[in-house]
Design a protein around this ligand. Structure first.
Ligand code: 0A1
Ligand code: ZN
Length: 909
């Protein structure tokens, strides 16, 4: 658990490796600049698993050869030691070309095995190891969850299964034989196509052999064995091949897999139509497991899913979960091309597969649903998570330059900002060249382990546009700010727009170069018409895109008949913050008139944010404020418009979160004041728009059977958004409506929404609902998490005590990541007012949990620690208490390298 990452970079390992047994080393950083091709390649892998709960035998036969691309300067192939990664393994035997090796032929440490004098010609290596799946609580490598054997190898989990070159630029074909007790594991799955299966020892054992013909890195290897229920279907690809589709879930949950299957088929069709990508194997299997560190994993032909993101029925899953399942199913499927067929050369290139695949799944969701609403949801998510990350001590470039623990880099920056960077290529190149660039990437790099440079070069090659400056998006951290000003000259009928890029310093990057930024602009006339964009140079502005390249630009527009109102950064054309001095009147005008619906929402959201920021400072002076009424009025006009779809109106009605307001305030943050302002504004809106909201609440009620489609979900979202604001008024009738909403709910969307609102209010009605929910769902491992989260997020004073008690609840377990996220994660990241208690008890509790978790599952422990990423922006009192708690953690003995890396950065940054 404590071992440092292996020296994956140097093909030729350091000559002096310590002799066994080795103490865990101090965590050591790995740098992109040190990348070297591997000294050896492995072309073929044959694995043979004998599954056993505590002592699984793994026999691995590797076809190894020296890497011709790793020759020394003189061009000679000098045999160098072969260092294989391995962790938590019991080595039983090792043979080279069938000859058993003795102890003097290799060196064994806690982190690997080194063959001292391998042959200079190709050879086979046969290694037998034993692993203990039951004891594996880090959920990396081979483990057991809910009696199912399963693997997770990304990023560096394969080394916990067998000794190997555990790095993504070693591509091999795999043949996998799995043997098990048929009662315990009737289903045996691995990557690729099934070759053979059979019964052994008169039925006491059985086996299956799988073969994956596509060379892949070991992080895409997967194995599953267990008693699971299959759901089968099929898909005919664009060239007419029939692919067998299988989803495997816990018995009794089969019906809940229907939405995932439907989403999968739609995703497969979409990738053919939009990107010309066809599926390549004869089978595509997905398995849902209960304990999983992340959302899902794209193993070739055998995706593994966290069951929370696969199982859904109207009674058990909210619309948000239905949408997430559709998106994640698509995401993992799309990885088949962006990740599996073309993989990453090294882990620094993680955004190559993740940013691109998030972009692809966002585009899929936009096509399946409302494009504008999807963009709003994605941008909201980006700002809440990535902008906050980018503004604090954990800021890093989309392509980091060093890491201690790669698992700490599965971040909002790599994923979400990475997607935005890919997205910007469209406005910069035009959609035709963007598609041609993608086609070239698929054609040129199929079967390879590629880099970000390779990717960008494809777009340069098809468009002829120099993207040198654009590449800085991959290497510079921080969210650029565009400081804008617009001047109108009535006499000359000109409008001048100044845009200055301000690039904030981030850890290790005090100075930045200006970026290549596409800014999509519109100018609106007084009656809301779009004005033609004519520059004084005579140039037009195609599609309204201004490509910024300098630190400062002034754009001079001519023939502007009246003072225009600027609509900046339409469709959120770049991941930046925009500041411009617009009056409340201008913002109201944009809210009512902007032809770009994304920006209309953006106007509403900015108006709400600045209202809240003002209210916080008024409250800080001990005064009360009526500032919210103007915003409430502007909102009223938007939400009654039947021309706007309900899902869109629901987004407009949702206030920025308290964390968003904290991020905008940026320093001396008092979460209690933000909470008060937030409540006050909700109450004001509820009161000012009461009649409208009641009408919406009544008219958006569903009639007929539940359907997860976007339009129906939009109506539920709007109705629930109205309910939130009506409940904020706090009247008797409002409380009764809320209790009835819970009691009458016929689906989980409505029920869960009411449960969260009730739990936030507290009192007998809340306790009744919580007890009812618990009694109904205590036997459902997925649904009960909503019960934990609703309590953890309640802003009431007694919440911490309650959360502490819940950590001892029989349904809670620190070994189950979903439970940890639902209780501890929801408290720390979703309850700003109680996590940031002025007495510091929230921080102390959280650090205790991180410490306990670190002994079990360091990846999850490190992730939980992210809750402190903005601690320096807090007001002095809380900041001091947070520091104390973090220092206590930093001083603790035997921290994992995962937690060590995060806590050091958080304290230093
Ligand atoms: N590649 C997956 C995410 C993932 C990453 C690491 C994991 O284990 C440590 C598991 C999954 C994806 O993007 O969906
Ligand atoms: Zn991914």
């Amino acid at each position: 658990m404590n071992a440092a990452p292996s020296l994956a970079w140097d093909g030729a390992p350091a000559a002096e490796e310590p002799v066994l047994p080795m103490k865990p080393e101090t965590p050591r950083a790995i740098h992109l600049k040190d990348y070297r091709p591997p000294a050896y390649l492995i072309d073929k892998v044959a694995l043979d698993f004998d599954l056993d709960k505590t002592r699984t035998r793994v026999r691995s036969r590797l076809s190894v050869r020296p890497n011709p691309d790793a020759r020394g300067k003189a061009g000679a192939l000098k045999p160098v030691p072969l260092r294989l990664d391995g962790e938590n393994l019991e080595l039983a035997s090792i043979a080279l070309d069938l000859k058993p090796l003795g102890k003097k032929d290799y060196r064994l440490t806690d982190s690997g095995l080194t063959l001292l004098k391998p042959p200079s010609e190709p050879f086979t290596l046969e290694i037998v190891t034993f692993v203990d799946p039951e004891a594996n609580k880090a959920l990396s490598g081979l483990y057991r969850t809910n009696n199912v054997y399963c693997t997770q190898c990304e990023a560096e989990g394969f080394r916990r299964i067998t000794y190997f070159l555990d790095r993504p630029d070693v591509l091999a074909t795999y043949t996998v034989r799995i043997e098990a007790d048929p009662n315990e594991a009737p289903i045996l799955l691995s990557n690729g196509n099934l070759l053979e299966r059979g019964v052994l020892q008169g039925g006491k054992r059985h086996y299956a052999v799988w073969r994956d013909p596509f060379p892949k890195p070991c992080y895409l290897f997967a194995l599953v064995g267990g008693d699971l229920a299959p759901i089968a279907s099929s898909f005919r690809t664009m060239s007419g091949r029939e692919v067998a589709l299988g989803i495997y879930v816990e018995h009794g949950k089969e019906e809940r897999a229907a939405w995932a299957m439907d989403s999968l088929k739609r995703a497969m069709r979409w990738d053919e139509q939009r990107f010309g990508r066809e599926y390549d194997l004869d089978v595509f299997n997905i398995v849902a497991v209960s304990d999983f560190n992340m959302g899902a994993m794209e193993n070739k032909g055998l995706n593994v899913f966290n069951d929370r993101l696969l199982l859904a029925s109207p009674e058990t899953a909210t619309d948000t979960i239905f949408e997430a399942i559709e998106a994640v199913i698509a995401h993992e499927y799309f990885h088949n091309w962006t990740g599996d067929r073309i993989t990453c050369r090294d882990w620094f290139q993680l955004c190559l597969k993740e940013g691109l695949t998030v972009f692809r799944d966002q585009e899929f969701s936009a096509d399946e649903r409302s494009a504008t609403v999807q963009r709003i949801v994605d941008v909201r998510q980006l700002k809440t998570h990535q902008f906050a990350e980018d503004a604090g001590p954990l800021a890093h470039p989309v392509r980091p330059e060093s890491y201690i623990e790669i698992n700490n880099f599965y971040t909002a920056t790599v994923y979400e900002k990475g997607a935005e960077v890919v997205r910007m290529l469209q406005p910069l190149l035009g959609s035709e060249d963007f598609r041609r660039g993608m086609d070239l990437y698929f054609e040129r790099h199929d079967g390879e382990a590629a880099t970000v440079e390779d990717f960008v070069r494809c777009f340069e090659d098809v468009s002829g546009i120099d993207l040198t400056q654009f590449r800085l998006w991959y290497s510079q951290a921080g969210t650029p700010e565009l400081v804008c000003a617009l001047r109108y000259d009535k006499g000359k009928k000109t409008a001048e727009l100044d845009i200055e890029q301000v690039l904030p310093a981030t850890p290790g990057q005090p100075h930045k170069k200006p970026l290549h930024i596409p800014v999509k602009l519109g100018l609106l006339s007084g009656n809301g018409d779009e004005l033609a964009l004519k520059l004084d140079s005579g140039e037009t502005v195609p599609d309204g895109i201004l490509p910024l390249t300098k630190r400062k630009h002034t754009f001079r527009f001519v023939d502007v008949p009246s003072r225009p109102v600027p609509s900046l950064l339409r469709e959120f054309s770049a991941p930046v913050n925009v500041t411009i001095d617009l009056s409340d009147r201008d913002v109201e005008f944009l809210m009512a008139n902007d032809g770009d619906l994304f920006n209309r929402w953006q106007a509403a959201n900015s108006f709400a944010t600045r209202t809240l920021v003002d209210m916080v400072s008024i409250l800080a002076q001990g005064k009360s404020s009526a500032r919210g009424n103007r915003y409430a009025k502007a909102l009223g006009a938007t939400i009654v418009s039947d021309a706007l779809e309900p899902a869109y109106r629901a987004e407009v009605l949702k206030l920025p979160t308290q964390a968003d307001v904290a991020r905008v305030i940026g320093k001396n943050v008092d979460p209690a004041l933000i909470h008060r302002a937030h409540r006050a504004l909700s109450r004001m809106i509820g009161r000012a728009l009461g009649d409208t909201l009641e009408t919406l609440y009544a008219s958006m009620a569903g009639n007929g059977a539940f359907s997860p489609d976007a339009a129906s979900a939009g109506r539920r979202a709007l109705r629930n958004a109205a309910l939130t604001l009506l409940s904020a008024r706090g009247g008797k009738a409002d409380a009764a409506r809320l209790a009835k909403h819970y009691a009458d709910a016929t689906n989980m969307t409505d029920r869960a929404h009411a449960l969260f609102l009730l739990a936030a209010e507290g009192g007998p009605a809340a306790e009744r609902a919580l007890a009812d929910f618990r009694d109904t769902w205590m036997h459902d491992n997925v649904v009960i998490d909503t019960w934990f989260a609703a309590q953890a997020q309640s802003p009431l004073a007694g919440t911490l005590k309650r959360v502490e008690a819940l950590t001892r609840h029989p349904l809670f377990a620190l070994t189950a990541p979903n439970k940890v996220r639902a209780l501890i994660g929801a408290f720390a990241a979703g309850n700003p007012v109680q996590f940031n208690r002025p007495d510091g008890a929230g921080y102390a509790f959280h650090i205790d949990q991180v410490l306990a978790l670190d002994r079990i599952n360091p990846q999850i422990a490190a992730r939980m620690l992210g809750a402190f990423r903005s601690w320096r922006t807090l007001e002095t009192g809380r900041r001091g208490l947070a520091r104390k708690a973090l220092q206590r953690l930093a001083r603790s003995k035997d921290l994992s390298s995962d937690v060590h890396e995060i806590v050091s950065k958080i304290l230093e940054g």
